[in-house]
Design a protein around this ligand. Structure first.
Ligand SMILES: O=P(O)(O)O[C@H]1O[C@H](CO)[C@@H](O)[C@H]1O
Length: 396
């Protein structure tokens, strides 16, 4: 017990309920919004060489030829572009070139246009000379999954056009393409999390890149806290379902206009985690002699970056959650939307306390997460490589 009383251990003070968001937006700072508003609020901004628009030779002056401008902007009326209008025929305030419009959308919008994702995919397939079939996302401290790849072609995120960059320790920030157990694979050594400030669609955009590179199977891995009391540190939980807490809060990687080239407006998510792959992984774990360290369970993603409170962990447990983290779910949703087969697991890097205690040891911390991941990387690598071998042999 801590220094204060918690009635019957539930601690339901229920004192306020005032947890509403402040502005109805997703709160994405992403550092680029100001450029968006400059463009919107300058009614004379145009793409030609006559004025202060991008590439204009007469910077600081306003454009006298406003043929391209919308009527609203001539009268000083402010036009607020919507995501739909940006995806429409490209008129914001005046005619922007296709390239300018696209750059604006990539910088400012939560969604990436199909063509931009296609270009990134081309960059990778042409640069590597491969069309990978299996995509791997390495969880915190699990970057060694990508180190197994043979004849790797490495793409630093910062050198990939329009790609976000990794900001979290244990996420190197590179894409590795090559072969593993005979299969062509691409691995993200570093994923994107909501708490880094990226909107969810940006966090999971690489999954769409994978799809357009030819990927059919997504292997998503993560480090997670174990809520199920039967889980020990170092165990592996094969995900068979998830509880999307960010979704409960109205956030989805599929928010915004739907591009049917990726998938339907309303995708179903039952059976998201491929049962055959789960069963094969259990067989492999038996063959590896680690059966007692393997569980099948439910993962939940919270927004982070803070770890959870005791009350939150108790609530998650009551909801049937076995392990908790801050990733993966948005990637799985994006992968299922574009009809990929998904296999995902959590390495349990810490046990989540579900009782109040003053012990420092009970608090999760990222150093411990990384240390446990390092200790267990061999088992995780073997599980993944054996499963990839099975997939490769079955399709050969
Ligand atoms: O989910 P991955 O990326 O493995 O990382 C997990 O570890 C970090 C916290 O220690 C969070 O980012 C959490 O999501």
């Amino acid at each position: 017990m801590t220094g204060y009383k918690v009635a019957n251990g539930n601690g339901h003070s229920n004192g306020n309920g005032n947890t509403k968001g402040t502005n109805g937006t997703n709160g994405h700072s992403n550092g680029h919004k100001s450029a968006d508003y400059t463009a919107q609020e300058n009614p004379t901004m145009c793409s030609r060489d006559c004025c202060s628009g991008p590439g204009g030779s007469n910077r600081g002056n306003t454009c006298s030829d406003k043929k391209g401008a919308k009527a609203g902007s001539l009268t000083g009326e402010k036009i607020i572009p919507t995501p739909q209008s940006l995806l429409g025929n490209g008129k914001i305030q005046c005619e922007l070139t296709h390239e300018e419009l696209r750059a604006l959308r990539v910088l400012n919008e939560d969604t990436y246009p199909y063509e931009v994702i296609e270009e990134i995919a081309d960059f990778i397939t042409k640069g590597s000379g491969m069309r990978p079939k299996i995509g791997i996302i390495c969880g915190s401290g699990l970057g060694s999954l990508a180190d197994m790849i043979q004849d790797p072609k490495i793409f630093e995120y910062e050198k990939i056009p329009n790609f976000p960059v990794s900001t979290v320790e244990g996420h190197a920030g590179r894409l590795v393409v090559g072969t593993l157990e005979g299969a062509t694979v691409m691995a993200m050594q570093g994923r994107f999390h909501f708490y880094e400030g990226y909107p969810l669609a940006k966090c999971s955009m690489p999954v769409r890149v994978m799809k357009l590179c030819g990927v059919e199977y997504l292997f998503a891995t993560n480090a997670a806290g174990g809520i199920n009391p039967r889980f020990a540190v170092g165990d592996i939980m094969l995900m068979h379902d998830h509880v999307n807490m960010l979704g409960f809060a109205g956030n989805s990687p599929l928010q915004g206009p739907n591009d049917p080239r990726f998938g339907p407006r309303f995708p179903a998510l039952v059976n998201s985690y491929n049962k055959d792959l789960i069963n094969k992984a259990i067989e492999i774990a038996k063959a590896m002699g680690i059966e007692s360290n393997i569980h099948v369970g439910v993962y939940s993603c919270l927004g982070g970056p803070n770890y959870e409170t005791i009350a939150e962990l108790k609530a998650l447990r009551m909801m049937g959650v076995d392990a908790v983290g801050m990733s993966t779910v948005h990637e799985v949703i994006t992968a299922r939307h574009c009809d990929m087969k998904v296999f995902a697991f959590s390495l349990i890097t810490n046990k989540c306390a579900t009782e109040y205690s003053d012990k420092k040891d009970d608090e999760a911390n990222h150093d411990e997460v990384m240390a446990v991941a390092k200790n267990r990387q061999k088992a995780c690598c073997e599980l993944v490589s054996r499963l990839i071998r099975e997939i490769h042999l079955a399709s050969a």
